[in-house]
Design a protein around this ligand. Structure first.
Ligand SMILES: [Zn+2]
Ligand SMILES: [Zn+2]
Length: 226
């Protein structure tokens, strides 16, 4: 449902994430749009049904508006510019690159390798790919991402290297997932998330997004979007 009211609510959610690293409450959205909580509640549920954002399990707050998330997950994204005191939770490795792309900002990304626990800290930006050694594991095929999108993001983690990603997979989820090097995921995040804060943003079609995956050589059944 793309009414001017729902567009306004959607844009306010994204603006608040971008400027403050948090999701606005329903009461706040109602106040700022001159609307009622009931109306905002309905709009947010429509946006969630369209996968424009994700609500909490009880449906009364915004949990994620990709690439942003309102709750701590495995990644912290910090501007490289020390005078910029904003900070974001990255929902996953892909989203962390997406925050940099959406904000057109050089950032430091902090996480930990799920296999060995080593703290990983690396920089990335619109023109700066992350280190090639870092390996990102996607837990499940694209067709299943939105069956549990928070769970999917939670499991899209960055490992020290391919060896640690393979060892972790063998121990915890043998034979599953897909390993991509971090620069590939960074290359995908640019066009996938780069326009989320644009005033004229339009949701991508399935065909458009499939083409973005193709362009990063992420092809085959695993990457087939529903
Ligand atoms: Zn490791
Ligand atoms: Zn994610």
């Amino acid at each position: 449902m793309n009414t001017p009211e729902s567009r306004k609510v959607r844009d306010l959610v994204y603006e608040t994430f971008a400027s403050e690293g948090r999701a606005p409450s329903m009461a706040e959205l109602a106040r700022r749009t001159g609307s009622t909580v009931e109306t905002v509640h309905g709009i947010l549920h429509d946006l969630a049904a369209a996968h424009a954002l994700v609500l909490t399990p009880d449906g009364d707050a915004v949990r994620m508006a990709h690439p942003f998330t309102s709750a701590p997950m495995a990644f912290v994204v910090t501007p490289l510019d020390g005078h910029d005191d904003r900070r974001w939770w990255g929902g996953c490795a892909w989203d962390s690159f997406g925050i940099s792309a959406a904000l057109d900002l050089d950032v430091r990304i902090d996480t930990a390798c799920p296999h060995c626990g080593t703290a990983l800290s690396f920089t990335s930006g619109p023109d700066t790919p992350p280190p090639a050694g870092i390996t990102v594991r996607f837990p499940r095929p694209a067709e299943e991402w939105w069956d549990d999108v928070v769970g999917t993001c939670t499991m899209i983690r960055a490992f020290c290297d391919r060896d640690h990603a393979e060892q972790w997979t063998a121990a915890h989820a043998p034979g599953t997932g897909y390993l991509a090097d971090a620069p590939t995921v960074w290359r995908l995040a640019g066009p996938w998330y780069g326009d989320r804060l644009a005033p004229d943003f339009q949701p991508h079609s399935r065909e458009h997004n499939q083409k973005l995956l193709d362009q990063c050589a992420l092809t085959g059944p695993f990457w087939h979007l529903p």
